[in-house]
Design a binder for this molecule. Structure first.
Ligand code: HEM
Length: 484
């Protein structure tokens, strides 16, 4: 079946919808003989619950997954068993820490007021076209890097929109390269790596860049911690992991550079493109559904005063539902891959052998009529709001966008708050129009990006809405001038 899959690879996500719809939610893929590429594709909720929760002990990411993502080393996204348990335990403490939440939200707000708003104002005043996907990815890239490393803002958001910095470019190359590794026979990509050509050449370069840049972040942080000016209050993830009490977490070594690098890379990858991708698809869906924009604006206005607090964000139930609805149809992480340790029989009756690859197509799951009803393909935020105006939380094995069970996303609440903050700012202050005639389609990759970006034009809604004193102009370091 491999040649057939490669032919359809350019539209793999819609292809997965078709195949799974026609095969009662589970499909067995036969790869070439002796290549270890047999896979089971499933979107059956009972299978998902079994793999991710009830029989979780029998399922791992597996050594092959780790090999495909070798650039990431042994961070939380690729680790298994005891190492993963310890990494998860340590990260969980940090993610629920008030100080970290405050730091993360204040980083987002600073970037919003000092980077995104001035940029959008400029494009609105000029009437120029901008690629919203590029803008959101730069925004989330900068905020994630600051939140994880505590380093200075790389300021990739500027009017000139220069080439993204080498760290961001290396992460993009990694995302592209690993996607090809998923569908190429192992011996083939290993051969390419050996000879150093094609995607593998790009990946090796990206790997070297990430190692070099991470080493810089780590040594800068060590210097900062030992300097006299350090007050012990830094709340970024790198500092936290450097100061971990090693006696509480077996297998984690806070003084080991490799541990710090792998941890940093996993967290940057987990937080960076996911929110950027979700915001892009969300705004495109809004452009197709103006009635949803009106309802969100109405709720923002009736929930005023907008004091930007969590309390205010929590009141925006319809917006919450609209974001969930966008991520049901366009999940930022479009598939999950697991492998059984021992042979098993899934609730659907399919037998899976040890080390066989199981792929849960999250993109297809959100589009199955058998799961979401006949209107599965429609964008309907209302499906998430109860008659009494409360949010309807679907079981995570059905709404699998943030994963389920013990490996569920640790950044979900952070991501929802970040996205709501950005959406409120944009919808209150700008009208936007998607440039007609552009093709909107997802690109194959571990993160669901738009293949050709999302070109839009903006107009300011209320010229006096953005008070000059609420905007701290951000200095464009390359050109040495202020953005607004
Ligand atoms: C819309 C935004 C987001 C979505 C849809 C999302 C989705 C996911 C998914 C599907 C996984 C499972 C990945 C896998 O097992 O292969 C995951 C894991 C994870 N996410 Fe998120 N994520 C988002 C934002 C974030 C943010 C902002 C952070 C914070 C840095 C974050 C931190 C994590 C971590 C640490 C894990 C690993 C959990 C584990 O393996 O135990 N995520 N996320």
């Amino acid at each position: 079946m491999l040649p057939g899959l490669l032919v359809e690879f350019h539209h793999i996500y819609d292809f997965s919808v078709e195949i799974l719809r026609n095969s009662n939610l589970t499909f067995t893929f036969k790869g070439p003989w002796c290549c270890g590429m047999d896979m089971l594709f499933t979107v059956d909720q009972s299978n998902i619950r079994h793999i991710m929760s009830s029989n979780f002990a029998n399922y791992t990411k597996g050594p092959e997954f780790k090999e495909i993502f070798d650039v990431l080393g042994e961070g939380i996204l690729t680790a298994d068993s005891e190492l993963w348990k310890n990494l998860r335990k340590a990260s969980k403490v940090m993610f629920s820490h008030q100080g970290f939440r405050r730091f993360s939200m204040s980083t987002t707000r600073r970037k919003l007021k000092g980077g995104l708003v001035p940029l959008l104002n400029h494009f609105a005043e000029e009437g120029a076209v901008l690629d919203l996907q590029d803008v959101f990815l730069r925004f989330t890239s900068d905020t994630t890097l600051v939140t994880v490393t505590g380093s200075a803002d790389p300021r990739s958001l500027s009017i000139e929109m220069q080439e993204v910095d080498e760290f961001a470019k290396a992460l993009n190359d990694v995302a592209e390269g690993v996607m090809y590794r998923h569908v190429k026979p192992r011996f083939l990509w290993k051969l390419q790596r050996w000879f150093g050509f094609g995607q593998e050449k790009k990946l090796s370069k990206a790997d070297a860049t990430l190692k070099r840049m991470c080493a810089k972040f780590i040594s800068a942080k060590r210097e900062e911690i030992t300097s006299h000016n350090f007050n012990g209050e830094a709340e970024d993830l790198l500092t936290y992991h450097m100061k971990l009490d090693a006696t509480k977490y077996e297998l984690l070594n806070p003084s080991d550079d490799k541990f710090l690098r792998d941890t940093m890379l996993a967290l940057i990858l987990a937080g960076r493109d996911t929110t950027g991708s979700a915001l892009t698809w969300f705004f495109w869906l809004l452009s197709e559904n103006p009635q949803v924009v009106s309802k969100i604006r109405q709720q923002i206005n009736t929930s005023l005063p907008n004091d930007e607090s969590m309390q205010f964000l929590n009141k925006l139930v319809y917006l919450h539902g609209a974001l969930y609805e966008a991520m049901r149809l366009y999940p930022p992480v479009p598939f999950e891959r697991m492998s059984p340790i021992n042979q098993d029989v899934l609730p659907s009756g399919h037998k899976v052998d040890a080390s066989m690859k199981i792929v849960i197509f999250i993109y297809a799951l959100g589009r199955m009529e058998a799961v979401w009803g006949q209107d599965a393909l429609e964008f309907k935020p209302e499906r998430w709001v109860s008659k009494t105006g409360r949010l309807i939380e679907e079981p995570s094995h059905k709404f699998f966008t943030f994963n389920a069970g013990p490996r569920s996303c640790l950044g979900k609440h952070l991501a929802m708050s970040l996205m709501k903050t950005v959406v409120v700012e944009i919808l209150q202050n700008y009208d936007f129009k998607v440039v007609q005639g552009q093709k909107i389609e997802p690109a194959p990759g571990p993160i669901l990006r738009m293949k050709h970006g999302l070109r839009v034009t903006l107009t300011k809604r209320f010229s006096d809405c953005i008070k000059p004193d609420s905007v701290e102009p951000e200095q464009d370091t390359l050109n040495g001038r202020y953005l607004d």
